[in-house]
Design a protein around this ligand. Structure first.
Ligand SMILES: NC(=O)c1ccc[n+]([C@@H]2O[C@H](COP(=O)([O-])OP(=O)(O)OC[C@H]3O[C@@H](n4cnc5c(N)ncnc54)[C@H](O)[C@@H]3O)[C@@H](O)[C@H]2O)c1
Length: 365
């Protein structure tokens, strides 16, 4: 019988992803996480989640942070809320798990990382798709030399967001854009499997300055695009490998979601979820499909990240999806746009502790 005490955790930001993803999947790991309460600036949303799962409804963020029974918060506010809510949580001495992007600017991410270190609390950040069985399987095979020396990787995610997201306008404001929002998926996989990026070259611009929402209660509303909505990033990894990122809110491409190229083969997988199998290209140029490894979750298991985070808190070990890693990913995205503006390559200076493979006994098992 384990004597692991579940970490008492409050969800801050009780929107779609809290309801459909984090609440049910954290409840799937009750041995690691106890959801003790909910807070949203729209209190009715917190009440709705509390009705689903029990727990306290907080009336303010201060109410959460001043509650000595709360050990950790999961920050599921939208991108503009990540930095202020996480910083308040860390400064209050709570362990913090955040959705991506970790912040909107690298300086903010620096402050978060420093606050976590100063308060000696854990700071973790999505995406956590790298904890998936498919991703871990491929990563191990790469470390074992199955595709030879890794020479490059490709990532792609996006499409005309206003056709499927009811608040697409929030993702096209200055400071956000497709890189900070969705590049964290392939970039986290690349930087886990290959290591840090040292320099980027960017091409990016606004392609459709005025758009219209096509989904949700505000469908038909026109809005101005004030951040680059379409672009490419070329990456130089510290170990000599190259990377290509394509992220756009304008054109959906069939560039693979995530490919990693070696001198003896290529793996192609999803960067943002687990159970969609693996494709491998062998030196003859033929592609072979493999089933997902045993245990793979179909879709993204939102609970694995918080379970690893809780395990790290109780065992006082580093989290696998660290705030420092998320800061590096954010810096790459910021530098791609800076490079596009200046027309020159830009160095990436942040680094992060190398993530540790999950191994045979996952913390959520
Ligand atoms: N929706 C997805 O498919 C998806 C997928 C992956 C990641 N994410 C990320 O998860 C986060 C949440 O996404 P979502 O789709 O649930 O958004 P959402 O808009 O449905 O929910 C966000 C909630 O946070 C609340 N909120 C915002 N600022 C707050 C603050 N300062 N304090 C308290 N509450 C606040 C809002 O009232 C809202 O209820 C975003 O960062 C998003 O990028 C979303």
């Amino acid at each position: 019988m384990s004597n692991f005490e579940p970490v008492k955790t409050v969800i801050v930001g009780c929107g779609m992803i809290a309801e459909k993803g984090y609440q049910p999947r954290c409840q799937a790991y009750p041995q690691k996480i106890e959801l003790v309460g909910y807070y949203d600036q729209d209190v009715s949303r917190a009440e709705y989640l509390a009705q689903n799962g029990g727990g306290k409804v907080y009336q303010s963020l201060d109410g959460v942070l001043n509650d000595p029974d709360v050990e950790a918060i999961i920050n599921l506010t939208i991108h503009t809320g990540h930095y202020p809510v996480s910083l308040a949580g860390l400064k209050a001495g709570k362990h913090v798990y955040s959705e991506k992007p970790v912040a909107l600017r690298v300086e903010e991410a620096d402050e978060l990382v420093e606050a976590a270190d100063a308060m000696d609390v854990k700071f973790a950040c999505a995406p956590v798709a790298m904890l998936g069985y498919v991703q871990q399987n491929v990563w191990k095979r790469i470390r074992d030399g199955e595709i030879g020396e890794v020479v490059s990787a490709v990532g792609n995610f996006g499409g005309p967001i206003e056709y499927w997201h009811p608040t697409a306008d929030a993702f096209m404001k200055a400071g956000v854009g497709p890189f900070k929002d969705v590049a964290p998926y392939p970039l986290t996989a690349m930087t886990t499997m290959i290591g840090p990026v040292k320099r980027v070259h960017g091409l990016a611009r606004i392609t459709i300055p005025e758009r219209m929402l096509h989904q949700g209660p505000r469908a038909g509303t026109k809005y101005q695009v004030t951040e680059k909505d379409h672009g490419f990033g070329l990456l130089e990894f510290e170990n000599g490998a190259y990377g290509l990122l394509y992220h756009s809110w304008t054109a959906r491409s069939e560039i693979p979601a995530y490919e990693i190229h070696g001198t003896k083969g290529i793996f192609s997988i999803q960067a943002h979820d687990d159970g969609r199998g693996i494709r491998k290209c062998i030196p003859t140029g033929d592609w072979q499909a493999e089933n997902s490894p045993a245990g793979a979750y179909t879709g993204l298991d939102w609970g694995k990240g918080p379970a690893d985070f809780a395990d790290a808190i109780r065992n006082d070990r580093p989290v696998r999806c660290s705030g420092k890693h998320a800061r590096h990913v954010l810096e790459i995205c910021e530098r791609v746009f800076e490079s596009a503006d200046k027309g020159v390559p830009i160095d990436v200076v942040s680094r992060f502790p190398a993530p540790v493979p999950v191994g045979d006994t996952p913390p959520w098992a």
